[in-house]
Design a protein around this ligand. Structure first.
Ligand code: GAL
Length: 651
C-alpha cells in the first residue's frame, strides 16, 4: 500500500525538479509516473533524440529515493510525425479526419503509426529498461479516451476485411451469419465490405457488432507490440496500462491479459457529473462521488490484474472536464485513497503533482497549486501517508459474490438496444450497488472466469453465452441470479434458437416469448412477497416450463412471472427499480448462506483478509455493530467522509 504521483518535469523549469522530488519523498510518495506525453521533447525533429533532460529528471527523482513509472509517449505523436504520415489520423463516423492539436490523434489500424510507435518505444526501452530507478512501465495513456477506439478510415476498413476473412473463412458463411439476405445486403467477396458508416438507415447490427470486436482487437495488437518490446528491454519490470472509468469500448480482459498489472484512473466527481446518474443523485453525491463508483472499478480491475492493481490517477480536487466541476468535501481524497487499498490496490497515484497554469488542463487541481503551495488534496495525501504504517498489508481474498461483466455483452446491446436507455454497464453497476448496500463484497469477473468457490453468482446481462459458460455456472454450485436478455442471442446477434434464454434453458426451463422496452416514467408493478416494486425500462413476457416457478409476479394487464426460480437459479424478467432489486438480492444472498445487512445510507464496508474497512459517503456519523475487532484507525462510529479500519481478532 503505497502512494504515487503523476509528474511532468517537461512542464517546469529544471531548477524546480530537486525541490519537487524532495517534497514528494517527504510527503510519503514512493512512485512517480513520468513521460507519457513527452514525445515532442524527446524527439523534437525526426531522429533528433533528446534524452538528456529525461535522464536528468529520472536521476533527480532517483536521488530522492523515488521509483519511476515510465510512460511510453505514443498517446501524443508530435506534429512533424503527423505531417510525415498524414494517413495515421483516425477518421470519424462522418468520414472526417480527426486532426492534430490535442491528443490521441492516431488510428490503431495505421501500420505507419504502429511502426513509428515501435521505433520510439524501442529506443526508450533500450535507454531506461534496465535503469535501477525505473521500476515499472505504462504503455501509452488511456486507450480509447476521447472516442478513439473506432476509426472509419480506409486502413481500418482494409484491416477489417482481413479480420472478417479470418473469422468467417468464406463469404457465404458471413452472409449467412449476418443474415444478409435481408434487404439484399449480400456480398460476393470480402473486398466488397466497408466499415458500417454513412448508411441510409440503420446498418446491419451484426456488421456493427463485428466492427466493434475488430476495433477492440486492434487495441490489443497495438498494446501487445509495446509490451513485447518492454519485455525484451526492461526485463523484470512490470508493465501496466491506465484504464478508464465507465469505459467499455475495447475488451479490457484481453488487453489486461498481456499486462502484469492494471492501472485505472479514478475521478469520482467527474464521473458522477458525466454519466447516467439522476439529478437527485448528482446533487446528493456532488462532493463525494457515488459511494459505489470507485469500488465498482476497483473490483472490476482487480479481477483482471495479475499483480495488485493500481489507481494510476486519483482525483485530488476539482477536475476540468465535466460539465460542472465541484470541489470534493474535506476528507474525500483520504477516503478515496483508503478505499482503493481496502479493495486491494497496491499503489494510489495522484493526478497530478502540481496544477499546470497553462493549456487544456490549467483548471485541473493537483496536489499543489500552480504557485507551488500544498493544496487540500496534498494535505490529505500526507495524512494517508502517515496512517499507512498503522495498517498491515494483507492479501485480498476472493469475495463470496461474483458479478459477471462482459464487454461483448455491452456491445451487443449497443448494436441493438431496442430501448433507448438499456445500458448494460449501468445495469451491472446497479446490481453491484444493490449487493454493496447489503454489505456484501463482490468480485467482478469475466464470462470466461472460473466460478467455483463463489456462494452467489450474479449475471446482470449476457446476451451471448460464451462456450462453457452454462456448464461453469451449473458446476459452481452457487446460487445464481440471471438478468434480462441473458442467453437471448447467438454470437452474431440473431435470436437464440428456441427463443431466449437459449442454452440457459438447461438451468432455467423458460421461454421469453416477447420483450418490450418502457419509456421513462412507465413502470410495470412487481409483487415479490410483501414487497411492492416496479420494473422499468425493460420487461419480458415469460412462459414457465417444468420445475420453474414464479417467485414474483407482474401486477399489470399482462401479468406473468417477474422473477422465475428453478432450484438455485433465479431469472429476472426485467430491469427492476432499486428496492425490488435489493429485495431479490437479499433473498438470493440468504439462500447462498451469506448474511446480507442493510447498511446506513452512504456507508460501505469492505473486508481485505483480516482487515475490515468502513467508509462513510453520507452526511451523518454512522455506528455499525462490530465484534471481536481491534481498531487500527477510528472506531465503530464512522464520521461523515470518514474511514475506520479494524483487524479481526483471531480465535
Ligand atoms: C485522464 C488522463 C490524464 C488527464 C486527466 C485529467 O483521463 O489520463 O492525462 O487528462 O484525465 O483528469
Amino acid at each position: 500500500m503505497k502512494l504515487g504521483v503523476c509528474y511532468y518535469p517537461e512542464h517546469w523549469p529544471e531548477a524546480l525538479w530537486p525541490d519537487d522530488a524532495r517534497r514528494m519523498a517527504e510527503l510519503g510518495i514512493r512512485h512517480v509516473r513520468i513521460g507519457e506525453f513527452a514525445w515532442s521533447r524527446i524527439e523534437p525533429s525526426p531522429g533528433e533524440l533528446h534524452w538528456d533532460w529525461l535522464d536528468r529528471a529520472v536521476e533527480t527523482l532517483a536521488r530522492a529515493g523515488l521509483e519511476v513509472v515510465m510512460g511510453t509517449p505514443t498517446a501524443t505523436p508530435p506534429k512533424w510525425l503527423v505531417d510525415r504520415h498524414p494517413g495515421m489520423l483516425a477518421v470519424d463516423a462522418q468520414g472526417r479526419e480527426r486532426r492534430f492539436g490535442s491528443r490521441r490523434h492516431y488510428d490503431f489500424s495505421s501500420d505507419a503509426y504502429l511502426e513509428e510507435s515501435r521505433r520510439i518505444v524501442t529506443l526508450q526501452a533500450q535507454r531506461y529498461g534496465r535503469h535501477p530507478a525505473v521500476t515499472a512501465w505504462q504503455t501509452d495513456n488511456e486507450y480509447g479516451c476521447h472516442d478513439t477506439v473506432l476509426s472509419w478510415s480506409a486502413q481500418a476498413a482494409q484491416r477489417f476485411r482481413l479480420w472478417l476473412r479470418k473469422r468467417y473463412g468464406n463469404i457465404a458463411r458471413l452472409n449467412e451469419a449476418w443474415g444478409n439476405v435481408f434487404w439484399s445486403q449480400e456480398y460476393r467477396s470480402f473486398d466488397e465490405i466497408d466499415a458500417p458508416m454513412l448508411t441510409v438507415t440503420e446498418s446491419n447490427p451484426a456488421h456493427r457488432f463485428d466492427f466493434r470486436r475488430f476495433a477492440s482487437d486492434e487495441v490489443v495488437r497495438f498494446n501487445r507490440m509495446q509490451v513485447e518490446i518492454l519485455r525484451e528491454h526492461a526485463p523484470g519490470r512490470p508493465v501496466s496500462h491506465n484504464f478508464m472509468l465507465f469505459f467499455t469500448e475495447f475488451d479490457h480482459h484481453k488487453v489486461a491479459a498481456d499486462l502484469d498489472f492494471v492501472g485505472w484512473d479514478s475521478y469520482p466527481l467527474g464521473a458522477l457529473e458525466m454519466f447516467w446518474f439522476s439529478d437527485e443523485e448528482k446533487r446528493r453525491w456532488l462532493r463525494t462521488g457515488h459511494p459505489d463508483f470507485a469500488a465498482f472499478h476497483h473490483d472490476l480491475y482487480r479481477g483482471m490484474s495479475r499483480l495488485p492493481f493500481w489507481v494510476m490517477e486519483q482525483q485530488p480536487g476539482p477536475v476540468n472536464w465535466a460539465h460542472w466541476n465541484p470541489s470534493p468535501k474535506d476528507g474525500m481524497v483520504r477516503l478515496w485513497t483508503w478505499e482503493a487499498f481496502a479493495h486491494g490496490a497496491g499503489v494510489v497515484s495522484y493526478f497530478r503533482w502540481r496544477q499546470a497554469p497553462f493549456a487544456q488542463e490549467q483548471m485541473h487541481a493537483g496536489l499543489n497549486t500552480p504557485d507551488n503551495q500544498l493544496d487540500a488534496g496534498g494535505i490529505e495525501a500526507a495524512q494517508v501517508a502517515d496512517e499507512l504504517g498503522r495498517v498491515p498489508v494483507v492479501k485480498s481474498e476472493r469475495a463470496p459474490v461474483a458479478l459477471v461483466f462482459d464487454y461483448e455483452a455491452r456491445w451487443a446491446i449497443e448494436a441493438q438496444p431496442q430501448g433507448a436507455d438499456f445500458n448494460a454497464l449501468r445495469l451491472a453497476f446497479e446490481w453491484y450497488s444493490a449487493l454493496r448496500e447489503l454489505a456484501l463484497d463482490v468480485d467482478i469477473v469475466s464470462a470466461q472466469a472460473p466460478l467455483e468457490g463463489y456462494a452467489l453468482v450474479v449475471v446482470p446481462t449476457l446476451p451471448h453465452l460464451p462456450d462453457g459458460f452454462v456448464a461453469r455456472l451449473r458446476d459452481s454450485g452457487a446460487q445464481v441470479v440471471l438478468g434480462p436478455r441473458c442467453g437471448s442471442k447467438v454470437e452474431t446477434l440473431s435470436i437464440a434458437d428456441g427463443l431466449p434464454p437459449g442454452d440457459l434453458r438447461t438451468l432455467m426451463p423458460i421461454r421469453v416469448r416477447r420483450v418490450e422496452s418502457l419509456r421513462p416514467g412507465i413502470a410495470a408493478p412487481v409483487v415479490l412477497g410483501e414487497h411492492r416494486g416496479g420494473c422499468i425500462r425493460w420487461r419480458e413476457h415469460v412462459e414457465l416450463g417444468n420445475d420453474s416457478v414464479g417467485e414474483a409476479q407482474f401486477a399489470d394487464e399482462f401479468g406473468g412471472p417477474a422473477v422465475v426460480r428453478c432450484g438455485s437459479v433465479r431469472y429476472l424478467a426485467g430491469w427492476f427499480d432499486a428496492p425490488t432489486l435489493s429485495a431479490v438480492m437479499h433473498r438470493a444472498a440468504v439462500d447462498a448462506g451469506l448474511e446480507p445487512y442493510a447498511l446506513p445510507a452512504g456507508v460501505r464496508i469492505r473486508q481485505r483478509g483480516e482487515l475490515i474497512f468502513l467508509f462513510n459517503y453520507g452526511d451523518e456519523p454512522a455506528t455499525l455493530p462490530t465484534e471481536s475487532v481491534d481498531w487500527l484507525i477510528g472506531n465503530d462510529t464512522v464520521p461523515a467522509q470518514g474511514v475506520c479500519v479494524a483487524r479481526l481478532r483471531g480465535d
